[in-house]
Design a protein around this ligand. Structure first.
Ligand SMILES: [Zn+2]
Length: 254
């Protein structure tokens, strides 16, 4: 067959040719290794081999360099966040690094769109973006939000976030501010709001208003809420009714 013959012929030529298929030897970093050149155009293989042996890095060094760069970027976005008064995010180490970078990118893009190129002033930006951003501490929220193409929608996304809905509820019912360490407060607020919302759906409106919403708004111990985090909604009324003195923390600040 002509076609088969042509292929055989081509393979013969490649096998006998000096054009490298693989780089094998010492990389620029000094470590030995091997890397395929199959994806490198034939005309560029010699210069690639040259480059690999002088400036190239072995797989381990390449990965280490990427890791270092990532750590540097993460540090930079953490520093930027603290300048803006934004808290560290919650999540796995990987999510936190990624989320903080996304947060910085989103906020900067939103500033460009709304203030630099739009008609917002700085005060509106603080109120519409930076203040809500202080409440939204889940790394995964920022990672997801970063997928929206238009950063000018950030204020709306923040408004719809659970921490912002929690704050709106707290203001509406004049809820006692949760007290604890800052980490506990963040967690306790989330638990309180989640429980209240779950009960709102599950219970009769009167029962909800009197036996859940009203006492929940007064119980301000972060610790108390964290303790009941995994309790089912059916137990909530009883838990609220049997809450002891430790559920209420006197706020010493005026
Ligand atoms: Zn190396």
């Amino acid at each position: 067959m002509v076609i088969g013959h042509r292929i055989d012929h081509k393979e013969d030529v490649m096998a006998g040719s000096a054009i490298p298929e693989v780089f094998s030897g010492k990389f620029g970093c000094g470590h030995e290794g091997e890397v395929s050149l199959a994806n490198v155009p034939v005309a560029k293989r010699f210069s690639r081999v040259d480059w690999l042996s002088t400036k190239g890095k072995c797989r381990e060094c390449f990965a280490k360099e990427g890791q270092k760069r990532l750590e540097k970027e993460n540090k930079a976005s953490a520093a930027w966040a603290s300048e803006q008064g934004l808290p560290g995010l919650r999540g796995s180490a990987k999510q936190v690094g990624f989320g903080e970078q996304r947060r910085q990118g989103l906020i900067q893009d939103a500033y460009a769109a709304l203030v630099a190129e739009g008609d917002w002033d700085d005060a509106a930006f603080v109120k519409g973006v930076l203040e809500p951003a202080q409440l939204v501490t889940g790394a995964h929220w920022w990672i997801e939000a970063g997928e929206s193409e238009d950063a000018s929608v950030l204020p709306e996304l923040l408004e719809k976030s659970e921490p912002m809905r929690a704050r709106a509820w707290e203001q509406r019912v004049n809820a006692a501010p949760i007290v604890g360490t800052s980490k506990q407060e963040d967690w306790g607020r989330r638990v309180r709001f989640e429980k209240v919302e779950a009960a709102r759906e599950a219970l009769d409106a009167d029962v909800f208003a009197q036996r859940v919403e009203e006492p929940a708004a007064r119980i301000n111990s972060a610790h108390w809420w964290i303790d009941i985090a995994s309790a089912p909604v059916e137990a909530l009324v009883d838990l609220l009714e049997s809450a002891g003195d430790d559920a209420y923390i006197e706020n010493v600040e005026e």
